[in-house]
Design a binder for this molecule. Structure first.
Ligand SMILES: NC(=O)c1ccc[n+]([C@@H]2O[C@H](COP(=O)([O-])OP(=O)(O)OC[C@H]3O[C@@H](n4cnc5c(N)ncnc54)[C@H](O)[C@@H]3O)[C@@H](O)[C@H]2O)c1
Length: 290
């Protein structure tokens, strides 16, 4: 999608952080925005910020983990703009600072509900709306650099698991929508200066309600100073939509550690090459190739 002027987008998690950065950057490119978020008050403030950029900006309260709520957000787009070209499934919550053995069942349900089911709900509701007009469009799913590796020492396995899922959903979606002229990007940023470490305060009642996670809040120390401005991430996303990029990276510091992970997988293939013939020989069965 090179020509964004006058197109219509929905951005989830748009009241804050990366979602607001993406909404502002898209508005700067002339895109009308439906800002969607769980929290009505910062959402209205964000809507006003985006409207001041000269595009149509509307707001809808949504819980992305609830399919009916996401359907209602889709209807709000139809009512406001008539059509949808760009869907940004961005709303997400952190689950850092807790080893996976200690993540409670409520926390698992919540982090998967928002970070995975939220993206699934967005795909189910918004992609048919983009398909419907036949002009093509674009879907951005916010993963993380944690879609590409599990950062050691941060006890963020539950979070990384959800972000790996976002990558798999995005790969599948790209394969399934390319014939319809719908591009897909997976946004994989490193540290961005947002309210992500306070996200326990946004846990909906049906997942146990708002609470405190001191082990996660402690990660805020020194984070903002080193983290990227969300508007720069938004501008990177607009570039990626124009250039139809799938992997959208913003930080390069993890290049080597992710490269090592890929090397380990390659080495496992070499090991399988070396060992499977003898195992298959012993069992008398064929060596699998897929
Ligand atoms: N900040 C980072 O360093 C970083 C890095 C990589 C990826 N991300 C990802 O970026 C995305 C945005 O996070 P952020 O850093 O801007 O954090 P943020 O907390 O500033 O913004 C997230 C927004 O999502 C909203 N939200 C939370 N639960 C919701 C729900 N159930 N339904 C609808 N909205 C909901 C919040 O109200 C908030 O406005 C997330 O998917 C996050 O995992 C963040």
């Amino acid at each position: 999608m090179r020509d964004l002027q006058g197109k219509n987008a929905i951005v989830t998690g748009a009241a804050s952080g990366i979602g607001l950065g993406i909404a502002r950057a898209l508005a700067g490119a002339g895109v009308n925005i439906m800002l969607a978020d769980l929290r009505p008050q910062p959402l209205e403030a964000a809507r006003q910020t985006v409207a001041a950029l000269g595009v149509r900006a509307e707001a809808v309260t949504v819980d992305v983990s609830d399919p009916a709520s996401v359907d209602a957000a889709g209807q709000a787009v139809r009512d406001a703009f008539g059509s949808l070209h760009i869907a940004v499934n961005n709303a997400g919550v952190a689950m850092h600072g807790t080893p996976i053995e200690q993540v409670s069942l409520e926390e698992w349900a919540w982090v998967m509900g928002v970070n995975i089911q939220g993206v699934i709900n967005g795909i189910r509701t918004f992609v048919p709306m983009i398909r419907a007009h036949g002009q093509g469009g674009h879907v951005v799913n916010t993963g993380s650099v944690s879609s590409l590796f599990v950062r050691e020492g941060k006890d963020q396995g539950a979070y990384a698991m959800t972000k790996y899922a976002v990558l798999a959903l995005s790969e599948a979606l790209e394969q399934e929508t390319k014939d319809a002229g719908i591009g897909v990007s997976v946004l994989c940023p490193g540290g961005v200066n947002t309210a992500i470490f306070d996200s326990a305060a946004t846990r909906p009642e049906r997942f146990g309600g708002a609470y405190r996670r001191p082990s996660q809040e402690a990660m805020k120390t020194g984070f903002a100073e080193a983290a990227l401005d969300p508007l720069l991430v938004g501008q990177r996303v607009v570039q990626a939509i124009r250039d139809e990029e799938f992997y959208v990276l913003t930080h390069t510091g993890e290049r080597d550690v992710i490269g090592s992970r890929l090397d380990r997988i390659r080495a496992a293939f070499d090991r399988a090459d070396a060992i499977m013939p003898s195992i298959a020989g012993k069992s008398g069965g064929p060596t699998a190739t897929n």
